[in-house]
Design a protein around this ligand. Structure first.
Ligand code: GDP
Length: 456
């Protein structure tokens, strides 16, 4: 295969199933058992709609949570487990696959109903994932009630607790269970630079991953007997470690369009939020499209460093005269708000441009850690604010005092001013643009916060 021959020889790869920055706890259960209440309790937000009617939340919700100083993430799987054809959907391979990508499962049951067949099915699915799981029997308002069901639930040989979410009974036991397991996961973090590969279908994401890791990928997915979409791939290029978050692959195993959409949108969003850098793969021959813009906007919203991969360059150069110029013109048109996206032309099929891609990644990585001294920053700042009309608050000119860099990566800044309310997003964009130009930080999501200060 040509891709293999042209692949740079210094790439090595290895698959890790459990790389993640945050331990994940998924809440599963049939409709109306109290999943959202537990989700809200753990995350202390009101994002999940607490409801009486099944099927109110269709999406998968994911929220950060903290427990005694340890951070983790909670997933409300309502969107997956509350479909009308619950059982048939639950036994679907990809739901199990999805649950394999989390670390802990909490199966919520309704104690007033006792153990019903759907619950057994859910427990079976939980078991299949081979992850630690806790059975919580909710809506148990007196211990007596629970005792009579206990034997039933214990036959699954797992951790079983009773609770009343509404009365806040049993909550501390649930927290303790989570905490015990969080400790075990804590030491597992990897230190490699994490790269998400995202893009609409058919742009060549899978081909790119194949190009980067070769035949191994296929082998591993066969051995595991699974789809490749939940596998994070650790590779080394030029002796530097990277973790690839592969969002492709699912499409091939999914059976129902709706499931594919929920899971793949989730995966893409999830990969973007976990990544240090996002590779947005675009079909060069087709040219940039509005669908690409949507993904681009997600990346920008998450403040992630972005590198656009214009794929199928082999075909583009064959078919389109002055291909690269043509593509750049198209991209200025379609992505007109975002003029400084770094771009590399590659071919996942021939391996062309892969070396350039890695050098660009390294370049961006360096820029992400950019630090500037306060004095240099403020010399720049004073000239930048002289270069544009002052923002106005009511009738008064906004007065800036100074600019300081935060400790965040990629770089972020705080400007102190007398009237932060008067500093429009456009003005902040202007400042960000000047910062990028001044220190060649194109492609980085530079953030500027404005805070109130009375004087210097
Ligand atoms: P995904 O849906 O983004 O994972 O896309 P695939 O990797 O499945 O690729 C979709 C189609 O584009 C396949 O037929 C690939 O062979 C083809 N393809 C992918 N990359 C290239 C490339 O660089 N050059 C050419 N000519 N075809 C490509």
């Amino acid at each position: 295969m040509s891709s293999k021959n042209n692949r740079s020889p210094e790439i090595t790869s290895e698959f890790t199933a459990a790389h993640r920055k945050q331990t994940r706890v998924a809440i599963i259960g049939r409709p109306n058992v109290g999943k959202s209440t537990l989700f809200n309790f753990l995350t202390e937000t009101r994002k999940a709609v607490v409801k009486d009617q099944p099927g109110v939340t269709r999406d998968i919700l994911i929220e950060p949570a903290e427990l005694w100083g340890n951070e983790y993430e909670v997933i409300d799987t309502g969107g997956l487990t509350e479909a009308s054809d619950l059982i048939s959907q639950l036994i679907r391979e990809q739901v199990v696959e999805f649950l394999k990508s989390v670390d802990l499962l909490i199966c919520v049951m309704d104690g007033r109903d006792g153990l019903i067949p759907e619950d057994s099915e859910i427990i079976r699915v939980a078991k299949e994932t081979a992850k630690p799981f806790l059975i919580v029997v909710n809506k148990v308002d007196s211990i007596m009630n629970f005792e009579s069901f206990k034997a039933e639930f214990y036959k699954f040989g797992q951790d079983v607790l009773s609770a009343s979410f509404e009365q806040r009974h049993g909550m501390s036991e649930i927290l303790e269970w989570i905490s015990e397991h969080l400790k075990k996961f804590k030491a597992q973090d990897l230190d490699a630079f994490t790269i998400a590969i995202v893009g609409k279908p058919n742009v060549g994401k899978s081909s790119l991953v194949n190009c980067l890791v070769g035949e191994k990928r296929v082998l591993v997915s066969e051995i595991a007997g699974t789809t490749v979409d939940t596998v994070d791939i650790k590779i080394e290029y030029d002796n530097k470690p990277y973790v690839l978050l592969d969002t492709a692959g699912l499409r091939r195993s999914a059976k129902r369009v709706e499931d594919v959409e929920i899971i793949s949108a989730f995966k893409s969003k999830d990969a973007i939020s976990r990544a240090d850098l996002v590779l947005l793969v675009v079909d060069g021959v087709q040219g940039p499209s509005n669908q690409d813009t949507k993904i681009l906007e997600q990346v920008i919203e998450e403040h992630k460093t972005l590198l656009m991969l214009v794929n199928k360059t082999d075909l583009g150069e064959e078919k389109i005269p002055a291909f690269r110029d043509w593509f750049k013109t198209q991209s200025d048109k379609i992505f007109h708000y975002y003029t400084d996206i770094p771009m590399v032309f590659v071919s996942a099929l021939t391996g062309q441009g892969i070396g350039d891609m890695f050098s660009k990644i390294e370049d961006l990585k360096t820029k992400m850690n950019f630090k500037v001294s306060t004095s240099e920053l403020n010399d720049f700042f004073m000239s930048a604010i002289r270069g544009a009309p002052s923002p106005v608050y009511n009738t008064e000119n906004v007065k800036f005092y100074y600019l300081t860099q935060t400790h965040q990566v990629p770089p972020a800044f705080i400007a102190f001013a007398n009237h932060p309310e008067g500093v429009s997003p456009q003005y902040r964009r202007y400042l960000a643009k000047r910062i990028k130009e001044n220190w060649h930080l194109e492609g980085l999501p530079i953030r500027i916060f404005v805070m109130k200060s009375r004087k210097r």
